[in-house]
Design a protein around this ligand. Structure first.
Ligand code: AMP
Length: 424
């Protein structure tokens, strides 16, 4: 009698040769965009100390309370297959002294498996793969906008349709006040809640806003809104993020019900929703986590990140097509003065949109510092914007190899660079 063949575990997949082209397309496209924007790759282990996730994601979260693959090793240590990538990266950032590197420290991951013990269905697996970025050391709203712009650029490169949902969940005092307002509100309509919602009410009432249950959604319509409880700093920060997104022409839906299910988030949270309806609609998400580095033993360090599941992106790609990657020069955008810095920020994003690797560091005041950074990162060109250039709507292009420089109209810079590079 033939022996029984083994089957893969429920909620896991074999990525077969026929699927490899698209699989690589997703990872390579994301890696290229990250490298262009000055991110460095990091790989962390698949197993970690269980407490890392309990401390960061939170013991009341769905992930920690229900979905972790936790086991004891032969020495009796409690280990967990990582359910998400941020906490391990923060751990690695602190453990390996990355925290002493010049800020911002910009890291990215591609093709990293994550594990969650949930009920498998289309687009939801027990082992799934993520791409993502984490930026440490910047509390500037521009950084939130840059991370979002990178994600937008990624989906656009792959011709994927998405809706950007964005919200702010304020600081911990905001959330404390907001949670007690929600508890009061939901306690009064307790009989309309299902069992899960009742449990969430006692652990984290903000999660109810995220509920997929029709009755709970109805009850949430009249629930208090976080915007009414927001601290001034978070409000200003959020307004600035939205202004930067407007400046970049990125459309978004303000979604006061978006809370994300992990404890470490504060201020900006966002999600990208795909074209299909239903529970597995999220193509990616992220937000700020300014308190996490300190919570895990480091110095207070603002941070923001984004991650997306590869499988759901592949489902979307199945509905569209593929686009080849582009080769490009490497440009550093230097600027002096507030107006110029704002322009440099938008120009950098525009260059990246056009497939040109670009970097700017608008937190550096001095032009000499910026030029030496341009040389250090081995940029092919340095673009220089000062008050005079803003006034004349021009920009200086310095060829970093020959040292020659010229002035061109700012409206033509992207095409000028693209053609010049091709003829090199
Ligand atoms: P989260 O941290 O839960 O928001 O997850 C970030 C992204 O990872 C989601 O937007 C999905 O694209 C993906 N993702 C999360 N959980 C799963 C899963 N069980 N199966 C497949 N993809 C997932």
């Amino acid at each position: 009698m033939a022996k029984k063949i083994f089957r893969r575990l429920r909620g896991t997949q074999d990525i077969l040769p026929k699927d490899q082209a698209n699989w690589s397309l997703v990872n390579d496209t994301f890696a290229k965009l990250c490298v262009d924007a000055g991110y460095k790759r990091i790989i962390t282990p698949i197993i970690e100390d269980t407490n890392l996730f309990v401390r960061s994601v939170g013991s009341d979260s769905e992930i920690v309370s229900k979905e972790m693959y936790t086991f004891e090793d032969k020495s009796g240590n409690s280990l967990t297959l990582r359910p998400e990538g941020t906490a391990p990266i923060v751990r690695a950032y602190l453990e390996n002294g990355l925290s002493s590197h010049p800020k911002p420290v910009k890291l990215y991951i591609v093709n990293e498996p994550m594990f969650r013990y949930n009920r498998p269905q289309a687009g939801r697996y027990r082992q799934f793969f993520q791409i993502g970025v984490e930026v440490f050391g910047s509390d500037n709203a521009q950084t939130d906008a840059q991370v979002i712009a990178l994600a937008v650029r990624f989906y656009q490169r792959l011709n994927i349709k998405f809706e950007l949902q964005i919200n702010t969940i304020g600081d911990k005092y905001t959330r404390k006040k907001f949670k007690s307002a929600l508890t009061k509100y939901f306690s009064e309509v307790r009989d309309k809640l299902d069992e899960t919602a009742k449990m969430q009410l006692s652990t984290n009432p903000m999660r109810l806003l995220d509920s997929k249950d029709k009755k709970v959604i109805k009850v949430c319509e009249k629930a208090p809104q976080i915007l009414d409880y927001l601290d001034r700093d978070s409000r200003n920060h959020f307004e600035a993020v939205l202004e930067y997104l407007d400046q970049l022409g990125i459309e978004y839906d303000l979604n006061p019900k978006l809370v994300r299910g992990l404890d470490y988030y504060n201020k900006t949270v966002f999600e990208f929703w795909g074209s299909h309806q239903g529970m597995q609609n999220s193509l990616g998400g992220g937000g700020r986590y300014d308190g996490l580095v300190e919570e895990l033993g480091g110095k207070p360090t603002p941070a923001v990140g984004f991650s997306a599941g590869i499988e759901r992106i592949l489902i979307e790609i199945g509905k569209t097509g593929q686009r080849p990657a582009v080769t490009s020069p490497y440009v550093f955008v230097a600027s002096l003065g507030d107006e110029a810095k704002k322009e440099a920020f938008a120009l950098t994003e525009k260059l990246l949109d056009s497939g040109i690797a670009a970097l700017s560091e608008t937190n550096k005041k001095n032009i000499a510092d910026q030029l030496s950074k341009a040389a250090k990162v081995k940029a092919d060109y340095c673009l220089i914007l000062g008050k005079k250039e803003i006034l004349n709507q021009t920009i200086i292009v310095k060829d970093m190899v020959s040292g020659n420089q010229e002035t061109v109209p700012i409206g033509k810079i992207v095409t000028t660079l693209a053609t010049r590079y091709k003829s090199k």
